[in-house]
Design a protein around this ligand. Sequence first.
Ligand SMILES: [Zn+2]
Length: 434
Amino acid sequence: MSRDQELSKQGIRRGDRRLMADMNRNLVFNVLRTGAVSRADVVRTTGLSPATVSAIVSDLIESGFVNEIGHGKSRGGRPPLVLQINDERNYAIGLKLMTRGAFVVVTDIRAEVLYAEMVEFDWAPVSGDSTLSARARSGDPSSVLDRICLAIEVAADRAGVGMAKVVGVGIGLAGIVETTTGICRYSPTFDWHDVPVAGPISKRLDRPVLVDNDVNALTVAEQWFGRGHGVDDFVVVTVGEGVGAGLVVGGNIYRGAEGAAGEIGHLPVAGETVACRCGRTGCLEAVSNDHAITGYVSEAVAAGRPTRLSGAAATGLTVHAVRLAAEAGDEVARAALERAGRMLGLGIAALVNLLNPRLVIVTGEGTKAGPLRWDAAMSAMRERSFAGIDRNVDFFVDSVDDIAWARGAACVVLGELFSSPMHRNVDLAPLRAR
Ligand SMILES: [Zn+2]
């Protein structure tokens, strides 16, 4: 064997040992996560040797990740020391990135929100176009990333948590995000293509950073704390300006090969004539989002159909106004909500037939449109599900606030803390064997 071959073989061995050490540390950390436990409890639950557990625990205590919080009950002999993850040393930051700014939360290691704040970005006006999205789109990636870093630092400071105590930062944004590399493949908000996001922010803040699609982040929040808790197969469908989905398959978020899974807004279900903002025709989003509702009303007004919304159609319609009109008996308003709901239901039926989930959660800004829209969506989903597989599918409409989206982003990065080193995307200090 050549010297090189021998070295590389030793390298593999060294790598294996390191991975084993990381995995053992992860096992111990996951037991500690369950609450106050003793070293003997950790040995019993993990099956590791007392010496290994003792060494890992000592190291975790020394680095401030775990505390001894006193003595437990004795089972004969000396009462054991009880261990607990140090809540005052381990925080996460979650962020939902939007056009106008970032909604930031600071959480403890259990993802309990300690602080929440909307940090507005100071976009300069763009000549010839006064819309916020035009201003955001004109921002080059580095200026957007600067603003994100500043928002994170401001929130950590105001929460009274030094960045040194932040174990990781999770960022949720609309678009296609490759979580493994931290690259945003496409952002409709900022008109980004292949922009590295996690790397530059991580370097600047000197903290691990994980970026994910915002709907996936919200889905993780549903999985940890919401209706999806304990459900292995479910989907979260978000409706508002866009239409998207988060998919949980076999207990794990399914992101696809490049992070683009769940883009149900662009399922080609609406024929060949309706234009979608993505540049194609016939996308689900174009006939089921909020704009599809107000657009339907505007067309009806232009065609001379009687509706109490004809005045509002000239000055700017909102989904809320359409809802109020529908509830007061306006037929055009009612048809607009039902049509958008029915089309969305067809998209959800496609998900049901593809993935056979146990649960469908519909959420997002569009939930404000009320029951006419959602009843139509649920009926269409049930009508078009194959062979009655919808029988055991629960359908819920949940309104969520910005905190839930940002908390989901914190959950994404905290989830890494407790995931197997084999599947980890970022290097998190508490679990790195020294
Ligand atoms: Zn489209």
